[in-house]
Design a protein around this ligand. Structure first.
Ligand code: ATP
Ligand code: MG
Length: 396
């Protein structure tokens, strides 16, 4: 159920109308608190525009500690950055504009999903015993742009989600020019930039509320809409986000920018598998060689590096064996070229979901079977892992 507090009867009726019969309007905040005491499974409260902002923040702050599964959704007539920042910092999960009733419905549905996920984690008795080791992290990288990183990352995530092997998060670390949202035709209400004002208070539930669901079931944390916002996201925050995603999900797939920056190195550090992507052209191969040499220099284990050749069937006169000799590393997977890839990207669908028999989809599936689902190391479902959220806090 969802509890609503809004003093204006017309506003209250409109909110209730959007949320349906499973929502009840309460006369005020005292009544709301009493309702919450009685209804321990209440997952979501919606506080309308007439409820004092400071009262909303105080309630959210209080509930964040006492009842982390409860999602507080705030409806405002006008939303500016200051309100949003203060709201997220206090523990309000979503701020929705008064007339955005579709956005309100989505926000409330998300709170119920988050509450269900959190309850599963807490209630699962095995969870208390199993030592948390986190979900598997796969990072896709190439130092040259346009090699197919976003294509591979979105398809890996969609294929994992389709396979129902576990929960899947997709993180777009191409902070300035990320296009995961476009590639999957997502309409995000939040981006990674919204994690900045929450700062050290960012915990599992807050992070979950920043994700956007894709129809495959994967949950994406998309890049900021404004390229300039990329500078506000520093590496300690990126590390914290990856750690939280590992706690919450069985698989975390990370898309990257075409540059070996600190964020990318931090992602590598936390990855079980790093798919290094190249195409059969000299600039891409030169950049891949430089990447390998840099990673060797900093002592990064080659075991986790998996070289993947995209558009491997291009007839460009470069022999695979020669390439491997130059790189001093094996190419473990080859993804053929297909016109269906840009066609599906343009339609905002993952080719693995749309055309599972396409040779591109088969190659991606084989990579997953071979390297992502390591033998004898099947991911422990996230809900069976110990909830570390209460014991770890991130500090800048
Ligand atoms: N196997 C393939 N066959 C045909 N086209 C492909 C293939 N892989 C990728 N492409 C196309 O190549 C283009 C670049 O791919 P993508 O955006 O995934 O690269 P990227 O490495 O993420 O680029 P950027 O560095 O700009 O982020 C896209 O139009 C994509 O559809
Ligand atoms: Mg990309």
């Amino acid at each position: 159920m969802t509890a609503i507090v809004e003093f204006d009867p017309i506003g209250a009726a409109s909110i209730k109308g959007a949320l349906g019969t499973d929502a009840a309007v309460l006369p005020g905040l005292d009544a709301l608190r009493a309702h919450l005491e009685l209804n321990v499974f209440e997952d979501c409260v919606v506080l309308g525009p007439s409820v004092d902002q400071q009262d909303v923040f105080a309630l959210a702050e209080d509930m964040r500690l006492r009842r982390p599964s409860l999602g507080v959704v705030m409806v405002r007539r006008r939303i500016d950055t200051a309100v949003l920042t203060d709201a997220l910092r206090s523990g309000v999960r979503e701020v929705v504009q008064e007339r955005d009733l579709a956005g309100l419905t989505t926000a409330v549905r998300r709170q119920h999903e988050i509450a269900t996920r959190l309850r599963e984690q807490v209630e699962n008795p095995e969870g208390a015993e199993l030592k948390s080791r986190g979900g598997r992290v796969v990072t896709v990288f190439s130092a040259k742009g346009g090699c197919g990183k976003t294509t591979l990352a979105t398809n890996l995530a969609a294929a994992l989600a389709d396979s129902k092997r576990g929960s899947v998060a997709l993180l777009d670390l191409d902070l300035a020019f990320g296009d995961v949202a476009i590639a999957l035709q997502l309409f995000p209400s939040h981006t990674i930039a919204d994690a900045v004002p929450i700062g050290e208070d960012l915990d599992g539930p807050a992070l979950l509320s920043l994700l956007t669901s894709h129809r495959s079931g994967l949950q994406a944390l998309v890049a900021p809409m404004e390229p300039s916002a990329a500078d506000t996201i520093d590496t300690p925050l990126v590390v914290h986000i990856i750690d939280l995603l590992r706690e919450e999900f069985d698989y975390v797939v990370i898309d990257t920018p075409p540059a070996l920056d600190d964020n990318v190195l931090a992602a590598f550090d936390r990855s079980d598998v790093v798919a290094l992507l190249a195409t059969l052209d000299i600039p891409a191969l030169k950049n891949l060689k430089l990447t390998l040499e840099t990673l060797d220099l900093i002592g990064f284990s080659r075991d986790r590096l998996k070289i993947v050749l995209n558009r491997s069937d291009s007839k460009v006169g470069l022999a695979l064996a020669e390439v491997e000799k130059t790189l001093k590393a094996p190419i473990v997977a080859q993804i053929p070229s297909s016109r269906d890839v840009p066609a599906s990207t343009n339609r905002g669908v993952a080719i693995v979901s749309d055309e599972p028999r396409n040779p591109v989809s088969i190659a991606i599936g084989a990579f997953i079977d071979e390297y992502v689902i390591a033998s004898g190391d099947d991911a422990i479902p996230a809900q069976m892992r110990t909830d570390r959220r209460t014991t770890r806090r991130w500090r800048r």
